[in-house]
Ligand binder design. Structure first.
Ligand code: HEC
Length: 96
């Protein structure tokens, strides 16, 4: 698992997906609120990096964790938009 993760990250870096400054998020409905709320404490590179691992359901849990564990000030309606955006553009395929 660790080796897989390293290879996946290396592939992202090679593609320039983890640029410095952070790569802009893919355009689409919800990109604006996601950029606005998910770039505050760390860069949105965290989204790109974790797109290799997180399924749509796990993104939902991740956004909840940002709100509950780390205190991200995001209301329910905005969180739903962010989760839908992440599921559409950055979700890994669900595991069988
Ligand atoms: C209030 C600050 C804050 C905001 C806002 C925030 N995060 Fe985080 N995030 C953190 C902290 C703290 C960590 C864990 C420490 C680290 O790895 O830097 C983290 C880690 C992560 C990780 C790495 C995996 C993990 O769980 O540690 C992901 C993915 C992530 N955040 C996604 C998001 C998304 C998506 C949003 C927008 C909904 C968001 N974050 C908004 C504070 C925040």
């Amino acid at each position: 698992m660790k080796r897989l993760a390293t290879a996946a990250l290396a592939a992202l870096i090679a593609r320039g997906a983890l640029a410095d400054p952070p790569a802009p998020l893919k355009p689409g409905p919800g990109e604006d609120v996601t950029s606005a709320h998910c770039n505050a404490c760390h860069t949105s590179d965290y989204i790109v990096m974790n797109s290799v691992f997180l399924t749509a359901d796990q993104w939902k849990a991740e956004v909840t964790k940002m709100r509950t564990a780390f205190g991200a000030p995001i209301d329910d309606a905005t969180a739903a938009q962010i989760v839908a955006y992440l599921a559409a553009h950055y979700a890994a395929p669900a595991k069988p």
